[in-house]
Write a protein that binds this ligand. Structure first.
Ligand SMILES: [Zn+2]
Length: 189
């Protein structure tokens, strides 16, 4: 799995031009059909995604190029999930968050549980990303709790990305930096 820019034409040019690296071996990825279509619930309405599939010319492994709007196995746009996480860290109860976002309460509770469970590996992962993106930026400072620390590390990593590569939505950057695995069961590589 690779999380990529949601601009399909841009991804196509990168893929065909041999500019995308294999996440397993650093070989070059080439086009390899499409993954099955899925519907992503976005703030602006449902959006159909048909992610590109790519194959590595080196190790021959195949990878799905998931647009950075989406997270692995989540039906909602990352910006909506990110807004729920920010509200949780600010102390808002999950039912109120769900009502505000227009998402089922059980769905929101599932996201937030996973975020709480994974707060420490996420903090560690995004702190490493900060160092990799900008060694000059300095330490990620403690923000007062496990989940606040994780959110702070995500925010600083997104800032480091913007400083290096230009403007972007912080949660989409977080999606890319976790390979879509922000709320997956394992720590992203
Ligand atoms: Zn490879």
């Amino acid at each position: 799995m690779l999380s990529v820019c949601a601009d399909e034409a841009f991804v196509e040019v990168e893929l065909v031009g041999g500019h995308l690296g294999c996440p397993s071996c650093q070989g070059v990825l080439g086009p390899w059909g499409h993954a099955r279509e899925r519907v992503l619930r976005c703030r602006s309405g449902d959006r159909r995604l048909r992610p590109r599939r790519a194959r590595c010319r080196g190790c021959l492994g195949t990878h799905v190029l998931l647009p950075d709007l989406a997270l692995v196995r989540r039906q909602d746009e990352v910006a909506v999930i990110g807004a729920a996480i920010e509200a949780k860290v600010a102390g808002v109860a999950y039912r109120r968050i769900a009502a505000g976002l227009g998402v089922h309460a059980d769905t929101v509770r599932g996201w937030l549980r996973r975020f709480v469970e994974r707060a420490e590996p996420l903090r560690a992962h995004f702190t490493r990303m900060v160092v990799a993106l900008d060694p000059e930026l300095g330490a990620v400072l403690p923000a007062g709790s496990g989940i606040a620390d994780a959110l702070e590390a995500i925010a600083v990593a997104a800032r480091a990305w913007v400083l290096r590569f230009g403007p972007g939505d912080p949660w989409r950057i977080a999606s890319r930096l976790s390979r879509g695995g922000l709320l997956a069961t394992r720590t992203p590589a």
